[in-house]
Design a binder for this molecule. Sequence first.
Ligand code: PLP
Length: 370
Amino acid sequence: MTMAGGAGSGPGALPRPRADLAGLPPYVAGRPPSSPPGLTPYKLSSNENPYPPLPGVLEAATRAVAAMERYPDMGVTALYRALADRLDLVPEQLSAGTGSTAVLFQLISAFCGPGDEVVVPWRSFEAYPIAITVAGARGVPVPLTADARHDLEAMADAVTERTRVLIVCTPNNPTGPALRHAELDAFLDRIPARVLVVVDEAYAEFVRHADPVDGLRLLRERPNVALLRTFSKAYGLAGLRVGYLASTVSIAGAVRSVSLPFGVSAPAQAAAVASLDAQDLLSERVDALVAERDRLVAGLTGHGWRLPEAQGNFVWLPAGARTAELVAAAETVAISVRGFAGVGVRVTVGEPEANQRIVAALGPLARRAG
Ligand SMILES: *Cc1c(COP(=O)(O)O)cnc(C)c1O
């Protein structure tokens, strides 16, 4: 037996992953900021929450950490019960995972295989094409409109016999606009019931327009809708990894059936339950972030930037070819933002000082933006 070689399937061949994974797009994580002397660095590159844990959350998570020799509750009993009470669902309609990103991977692999199509808005959340490719399915990206919204007309037209899943992201990451309930409802009338429509509500808490999507109402009225929600953004638990799907018992059961056993850790389960108990302060914090968002938008707009509607905890600067220049300008004031090469820059709403620094550093670059 020889240790040389590796290609092919003869003796001496080495393990090879599926060939179709070679085209897997990478998930680019937001970078940490650089820290020049004298300036407090801020990370505005991953849509994280700038607040410390809500009251009682650290204590609940710490108690769970102390029992780390035990597996977590595989049934996620306490969290499912708390969520079911709050959302007026039965626990069997829920499926939790290590962030709603993991839940999405599970959902796609439970509903799609080779040859199946998944219609997605694009540009949108970069985990979508990865989850689709991993399942061996085919993504059908539908370009956003000129004002960075979902093109619902074109998305409905993109549905074929092969479509198994369709994703809407509202507010849309990274561009910011949110759907109106009425337009989503009318859109769903056009989608065959055999197509599972995923409504990704990662930023739903931050929406402040007159007709917000009522996901739970859609769920009550339609058997082909699944909501994806997360504790990573408004609730500030990004580091603990917990999110969930709410749907029919049948859809949630299928997603649970492909979940990794014991995925959501005990500290994450405990922290999520405790966070749900701190609803009043959570709402105050979300309101404060929304006020900061509106100041950030006003500041940048005042400099001449034309921004799409910002309904999440982030703003989108359509900088085009000047994206790298803006990322570098933020870097000089010790702030990391998320650049999408050649397309634009996403800036998370952070601490007031960080937001002010962004307006001062990126605002004046407006005039020359493409
Ligand atoms: C952040 C985000 C999620 C969820 O992230 P997790 O930390 O995995 O829960 C889901 N969808 C979108 C669009 C996001 O931006």
